[in-house]
Structures are given as structure tokens and as C-alpha cells.
Design a protein around this ligand. Structure first.
Ligand code: GAP
Length: 458
């Protein structure tokens, strides 16, 4: 990798690159946009899918004692009474009587007055209301008659479809405690303030694991998952130096939690939560037992002991992980232009494990046709195993820059010599080095370089 010092980009630079290159677009842009909603474009969806596939493999399919499920976004409204969300899923809301703008009381010092952006809301002269509780759940009509009083909520977290299914999963999979149920899916929260790009949205995706244990073993499993979850981000290529674990103080613990650590990442806007790992005790299963009147306890068939399991939860945001990967990969360094002069280069140093395009294949020129044919043939062959991109537009330097900016680890160029000796050039994104290999050796040379580029970053 290049020795050039790494410069962390601003959030605006990330947003701009995401739009320019097709990672993430503002939702409904042709109608003026829609606050806090974002659409993933062709490269963004590849990045997001890599995150989800990696999480699923690491959490579910590589472990004998974790199974998956995919619950409905909409549930019986009693689920949210049992979970405590109807009563307590609030943020403190303050309204400015002068401009009508709404703010989170607990984040008021991070807010700007929309009319006098250099001032905070309580410094601009506007009159603020007292804080009042604002429930973050979206209430929706349910059924064909709007005023029949039938309603439900869009789930604000995915885990509450796991707890009511505890017995269903237990009996159909023949798992024994300790075991986990994992799920990836959309959640919805009517956030009062939505800033920082995809960091805080009203519609977002979560990856949650609920791991059921004997109460006496919960502490040990909690420690296991805290460490395993931090390691997962490092395995995706996130710099260890920009990750940290932070234990919650007693006064910030959620009502259900006995202990909690956040995995935090040093985003351009500072250290922020990426994921929470909590010991939820037996709170959820007991509450669902109380509200449903169904027995959700577990009988150990070896010891005969009957108990309500404790739950260790790991709750990660897909979108926050995508923002982490973008923030962490984005470097601005120096590269020579066509005249050999050094100029700024934007480069996304994604691990090959998550890069939306792994290999780009170029013919040096569009003629002769044999050059184009060989480039297509190489790409067609590699496409069976890698995410590839064919590009013949513009000079080679511009094509490299384009691939650098979307984070493609390797570019393969077919030139005049290739037609004589069946060799091609492999160009490395990080140090911009080039090697010449015969087409017969191409796959093993690619595998070697990708392996090197997949190593964890400090
Ligand atoms: N089941 C526990 C739970 O939902 P949380 O801390 O409220 O815990 C877990 O959320 C994760 O979900 C967060 O760490 C974050 O990654 C993601 N998340 C929460 N609210 C979000 C929002 N408004 N926009 C994007 N991601 C969000």
C-alpha cells in the first residue's frame, strides 16, 4: 500500500463521491428530495450486499449454534406493548415557537438554528417549548378501512420478531441452549433530527443476533460477542485504530440491559456508535410470556432444569457499516497525471472482500478488434468468479482514476504486446505498481494480489 499519509475526508466529500459514482443518491431527487431518505445505486447495493453476506456468513452459516430467520416488518401491536416501546420508546422533543423547527432536547448543543445557522437553537432568540416525549414508532393503518381503528407499527428494531418465535425456532431446528437466532431487515424510526447522511435515517437496515443462554453463562457469552463483533469490522478491512469499544455507564443503559458495549467508529463527525452488544437478561422473553400468556421457558433435556434463557444481543446497522467502510476506505493521495505531474487522487482502499468491483478489464485502444476481443474474453472468463467491469472509454490514466475512485483493487490491461505474447498488465490500486503476466498465469497472480490486499489494516 502507498506510504502517503492518509487524509480522512469530510462527510460532504463522501456524500459527493457517493452521488458522482453511483453509490448512494438522495431519494426522490427529481421531486426535490425527501428528508433523511437515500437510495442505493449500482455500486452502493454491491457494497451493502457484501456487508450483509459477510455478516450472515460470520454470524450464522459459519457457526453450528446460530440459525437465521426473516420476520415481518409489521406485527401484532401487542408485541410493542410487551417490548416496552409503546410506553417508553421516546426522544425528548423541543419545538421552536418562532420558526416551528423541531429539535432533540438531549442533542440541542449539536443543533443549528435553521434561520441563523451560526447560532444554536437556544442562542438565536427564538422561544423554545419545554421538552416533551415523542414516540419514535411509525403508526400505520392496518386493513382496508382507514377509520376502523385497526393499526400497527412499523418495527423500530428487528429483534422483536425473534423473541415471539423463540419456541417455533427451538422446536423446528432442534437447537439446544446456548444458541442464537439472527436476522437482517429494515427498521423504521421517526427520528426527530436526521443528519449525517446515512448515519441516522428514518428507514434503515439492521443485522441483529439474539443469543439465548443459561443465565449463569450470559456474562461469558457477552464477552465472546463483544470481542467477536469488533473483530468482524477489522476482517472487513476497517482500520483497527479507528475502532473502539465503549462500555455504557449505568445511567445510559437501556431499560432491558444489564451491561452494554458499543462498537464505535471514528467517523468524519467524530466517534459514534456503530453497533451495540447488550446483555438483555430475560427481560424480553419474560415480557412476551406475560403479555401473550404463552410459556417461552426452556427445559434442558440433559439436566431437567427449566428456566427462562438470558439473551445476549448484537445489534448492528447495515447503513452505518456502509458509511464506515466508505469513510475508512476514502484516501486522498498523490498520483502522476498524463504529463507525469503529481496531482491529487481520490482512492477508496476497500478490502477486496467488500469492493463493489474487484477487477476492471481494459483494452488499451478500441482498435484493432483483436485487442477488444481478447479483453472481452478475459472479462467474460473472470466474471464467473469475480465482480468485473469492462471499460474502454477515455485514456488509460483516466480509466485508472475512475476505478481508484470506486475502489477497484486491480485493473487488467490488454495492449499490442498482448496480441503477440498473450500477456497482460495487472495494475494495483494501492501502490499503483504494475506487473506483466501471461494470461495463463492471470488467475493465480490475481489471487495472490487480492490475498495481500485483504490483510487487516492497523
Ligand atoms: N435491538 C437493539 C437496538 O435496536 P439500537 O442501539 O437502537 O439498538 C442498533 O440500534 C443499531 O442500529 C445502531 O448501533 C445503529 O447501527 C443502527 N441504527 C439505529 N438507529 C438508526 C438510524 N436512525 N439510522 C441508521 N441506523 C440506525
Amino acid at each position: 500500500m502507498s506510504d502517503a499519509p492518509s487524509v480522512q475526508p469530510s462527510l460532504n466529500e463522501i456524500v459527493s463521491l457517493c452521488k458522482r459514482r453511483g453509490f448512494i443518491f438522495p431519494s426522490s431527487e427529481i421531486y426535490g428530495g425527501f428528508a433523511a431518505s437515500w437510495d442505493y445505486g449500482p455500486l452502493g447495493v454491491e457494497l451493502k450486499n457484501s456487508v450483509k453476506q459477510s455478516w450472515w456468513k460470520d454470524t450464522v452459516t459459519s457457526r453450528p449454534n446460530v440459525v437465521g430467520m426473516d420476520g415481518a416488518v409489521t406485527t401484532h401491536p401487542r408485541v410493542w406493548e410487551a417490548s416496552g416501546h409503546v410506553e417508553g420508546f421516546h426522544d425528548p422533543l423541543i419545538i421552536c415557537k418562532t420558526c416551528g423547527h423541531r429539535f432533540r432536547a438531549d442533542k440541542i448543543n449539536e443543533e443549528q438554528c435553521p434561520q441563523k445557522p451560526s447560532k444554536k437553537p437556544h442562542e438565536c432568540g427564538g422561544e423554545l417549548t419545554e421538552p416533551k416525549n415523542f414516540n419514535l414508532m411509525f403508526k400505520v393503518h392496518w386493513g382496508p378501512v382507514e377509520d376502523a381503528g385497526q393499526f400497527t407499527y412499523l418495527r423500530p428494531e428487528t429483534c422483536q420478531t425473534i423473541f415471539p418465535n423463540f419456541k417455533n425456532v427451538l422446536t423446528t431446528t432442534r437447537q439446544r441452549v446456548p444458541f442464537g437466532i439472527a436476522q437482517i431487515g429494515k427498521s423504521f424510526r421517526n427520528e426527530i433530527t436526521t443528519k449525517s447522511f446515512i448515519f441516522r435515517q428514518r428507514e434503515f437496515e439492521q443485522m441483529e443476533l439474539e443469543f439465548f443462554t443459561h443465565p449463569n453463562e450470559a456474562k461469558q457469552w457477552f464477552e465472546h460477542w463483544v470481542n467477536a463483533r469488533k473483530e468482524w469490522y477489522i476482517s472487513l478491512g476497517v482500520r483497527a485504530s479507528r475502532l473502539r469499544l465503549r462500555q455504557h455507564d449505568a445511567d445510559e443503559l437501556a431499560h432491558y440491559a444489564d451491561d452494554c458495549y458499543d462498537v464505535e467508529y471514528q467517523f468524519p463527525m467524530g466517534w459514534q456508535e456503530l453497533e451495540g452488544i447488550a446483555n438483555r437478561t430475560d427481560f424480553d422473553l419474560k415480557r412476551h410470556m406475560e403479555y401473550s400468556k404463552k410459556d417461552l421457558s426452556y427445559r434442558d433435556d440433559l439436566t431437567g432444569e427449566k428456566y427462562v434463557p438470558y439473551v445476549v444481543e448484537s445489534s448492528a446497522g447495515v447503513d452505518r457499516t456502509v458509511l464506515t467502510l466508505l469513510s475508512d476506505a476514502y484516501d486522498i493521495d498523490q498520483a502522476p497525471n498524463d504529463k507525469g505531474e503529481m496531482e491529487e487522487r481520490n482512492v477508496l482502499r476497500f478490502s477486496p472482500k467488500v469492493a463493489p468491483v474487484t477487477l476492471a478489464v481494459f483494452p488499451l485502444f478500441k482498435k484493432p478488434p483483436e485487442m477488444v476481443e481478447l479483453a472481452h474474453k478475459i472479462e467474460d472468463d473472470l466474471r464467473l468468479d469475480y465482480k468485473t467491469n469492462y471499460d474502454d472509454a477515455g485514456n488509460i490514466g483516466k480509466r485508472y482514476r475512475r476505478q481508484d475512485e470506486i475502489g477497484t483493487p486491480l485493473c487488467i490491461t490488454v495492449d499490442h504486446d498482448s496480441l503477440q505474447d498473450n500477456s497482460v498488465t495487472i495494475r494495483n490500486r494501492d501502490d499503483m505498481s504494475q506487473i506483466r503476466v501471461s494470461v495463463d498465469q492471470l488467475r493465480s497472480a490475481i489471487a495472490d494480489q487480492l490475498k495481500e490486499m485483504s490483510k487487516p489494516r492497523a
